[in-house]
Ligand binder design. Structure first.
Ligand code: HEC
Length: 119
């Protein structure tokens, strides 16, 4: 009985290690977002439900046509991490969404769009 349980947990351990290994594998390859695309970013910006938003609003509800965000490119120059967290803050607070991953294609696209607004 004792032995059986030890064997059992050893097997579970192996399974868990295998799963972790598999996750680490795909996680490592997860950074596959291509360069940000302004057009796709603009589409997402105007899309209700973006980032899992639950109140039917899009980013454009408060920033129509990106208005008010013209300074973003200059203000966040070289500060991608802060801009990404600003985007997720607006998704969570303003759209009642879950947010998007920093390394997702959607994030790359929305940043490209935001950075295009200045000029
Ligand atoms: C309910 C209204 C509302 C919605 C919807 C909203 N925002 Fe905001 N956003 C604000 C407010 C308020 C601020 C802070 C004041 C400001 O800088 O305009 C802000 C600030 C920002 C900033 C920082 C601006 C700066 O100059 O520092 C970014 C970037 C931004 N929002 C992007 C987005 C994105 C992307 C979305 C959609 C996911 C979005 N916002 C949706 C209200 C909103």
């Amino acid at each position: 009985m004792r032995y059986g349980r030890m064997l059992g947990s050893a097997v579970m351990g192996l399974v868990a290690a295998g799963l972790l290994g598999a996750c680490a594998g795909t996680g490592g390859r997860g950074m596959t977002a291509g360069p940000g695309d302004v057009k796709r970013g603009e589409y997402l910006f105007n899309q209700p439900g973006f980032g899992g938003g639950k109140n039917g609003k899009s980013c454009a509800a408060c920033h129509p046509g990106g208005r008010g965000l013209e300074q973003v490119a200059a203000r966040y120059a070289g500060r991608d991490a802060e801009l990404r967290s600003m985007v997720n803050r607006c998704i969570r607070m303003a759209l009642k969404g879950e947010g998007i991953r920093d390394d997702s294609q959607a994030m790359a696209d929305i940043l490209a769009y935001l950075r295009s607004l200045g000029g």
